[in-house]
Design a protein around this ligand. Structure first.
Ligand SMILES: Cc1ncc(COP(=O)(O)O)c(C=O)c1O
Length: 417
């Protein structure tokens, strides 16, 4: 067996991972055109309009509303759906804060459902168990580009009269049984932050087919102003609170150009991630990232899990040995489940108050504490994250697989002794 690099053997990875430039298409041209319009306001310019029309078209959706971030897109979706004080919204405990920020800003109550141990997506049975007469929506997070079990989730949601928002911030070109994630629930939300498949620095989109929902989303992203009316007084007929989450023409210009490469980026990542799974399957103690049959992931990142007893090493030892091989990895993802963050443990969303939990419109008790979602906690305890990038090469793939296999074989052999 090959000697580990950390013991003086040759490294599995013989050179740096592939890199490339992300903004080398029509970005500059579109930015210049945006500036020459003499306005950067989305309602007067053409870039945000062209971008939303094109994205809606790519996704086969009737409408798309542009926003200033993915977090904003999720808040807009909830606002447009009428989520308000005292409502419960079910979501995932392994996600970005962006999935829960909008819930809290609507003074609604986040409720966390447990996850599938291998896809890291929300478990429909756990969702159903968390539904109460206060539940108004489910924010389904398609984690890392891998689709959640949408047939089961939609069946539960329709039967229980609950709306479905798809959080696709990590999941462009993510297919559930041939359908794009973001087109299956009532609303789909996307992020253009700089770490996502495509970037406009920051930005987001909300897609939907329902005309009324579209009009509400358009207003909710823009101070509740009605831009569709030509009567200035009617435009400012404000009946409830909404933020300003407008996308600028500068973001729209970059986002429009980025769409040219979206399919290529996701195809590259899909091929890399699936090949990684094929290359590291069947190794005792290594649990590859599962994409269910019939689905397609665009691998925002790759997250395997370690069975420490089976492997004979902690994930920290595994990750350290892998790093010495020239294959960087990160133990875990977010540090704890979201409900273990101080904000939730101390119910301190609006400092110095117990809002929204103490709101008279809620009138229930809910506890956020360790043990709430045991599978999610176990995922975070045993996960190892590997980077995926559209610029990675076949050699990067082969050497990464070789690194994982070599390190896993070493620990297994050691365990047998
Ligand atoms: C799953 C998920 N939801 C929401 C967001 C929020 O997106 P943004 O950073 O664009 O506000 C992110 C961003 O990391 C995310 O990963």
């Amino acid at each position: 067996m090959d000697k580990l690099a950390m013991h003086g053997g040759p490294k599995a990875k013989t050179g740096p991972y592939g890199e490339g430039k992300r903004f080398v298409g029509k970005e500059l041209q579109y930015l210049q055109e945006a500036l020459e319009q003499n306005t950067l306001f989305y309602w007067y310019g053409e870039k945000v309009k062209a971008f939303t029309a094109r994205f809606a078209g790519m996704y086969g959706m009737k409408h798309c509303v542009a926003t200033s971030s993915g977090t904003a897109s999720l808040h807009v979706a909830l606002g447009a759906l009428g989520i308000t004080a005292g409502d419960e919204v079910i979501t995932s405990p392994i996600t970005d804060m962006g999935s829960v920020i909008g819930i809290l800003f609507q003074n609604a109550i986040p409720v966390f459902a447990d996850l599938d141990p291998r896809t890291y997506n929300m478990d429909p049975a756990s969702i159903e168990a968390k539904i109460t007469d206060k539940t108004r929506a489910i924010v389904v997070v398609h984690l890392t580009g891998n689709p959640a079990d949408m047939d089961s989730i939609m069946e539960i949601a329709r039967r229980r009269g609950v709306k479905v928002v798809e959080d696709c911030a990590q999941s462009y070109e993510c297919f559930y049984k041939g359908r794009r994630a973001g087109t299956i629930g009532d609303v789909g939300c996307f992020s253009l932050n700089d770490f996502k498949h495509i970037s406009a620095g920051d930005g987001g989109m909300v897609v939907m087919n329902d005309e009324e929902l579209y009009k509400k989303a358009l207003r909710f992203a823009d101070k509740n102003y009605d831009r569709l009316t030509t009567d200035p007084a009617a435009m400012r007929k404000i009946s409830y609170l909404a933020p300003n989450y407008r996308m600028t023409e500068l973001q729209g210009a970059v986002a429009l150009a980025q769409l040219d490469r979206l399919e290529w980026i996701c195809a590259q990542r899909n091929a890399y991630g699936d090949a990684l799974t094929a290359g590291i399957s069947g190794l005792p103690g290594i649990l590859p990232h599962v994409v269910k049959p019939g689905n397609k992931s665009s691998y925002w990142f790759y997250m395997l899990r370690i069975d420490e007893a089976e492997l004979g090493a902690t994930r920290e030892q595994f990750s350290e040995a892998l790093a010495a091989e020239g294959v960087p990895s990160t133990p875990g993802y977010i540090p704890t489940c979201v409900y273990e963050y101080d904000l939730f443990k101390n119910k301190n969303a609006y400092p110095g108050t117990d809002c929204p939990w103490g709101c008279k419109h809620y009138g229930r008790e809910i506890e956020y504490k360790k043990g709430l979602c045991p599978t999610a906690e176990e995922i975070l305890r045993t996960a190892v994250r590997l980077d995926v990038n559209e610029f990675f090469t076949k050699q990067d793939l082969d050497e990464t697989i070789a690194g994982v296999r070599k390190v896993a074989a070493h620990f297994r052999a050691q365990r047998a002794q």
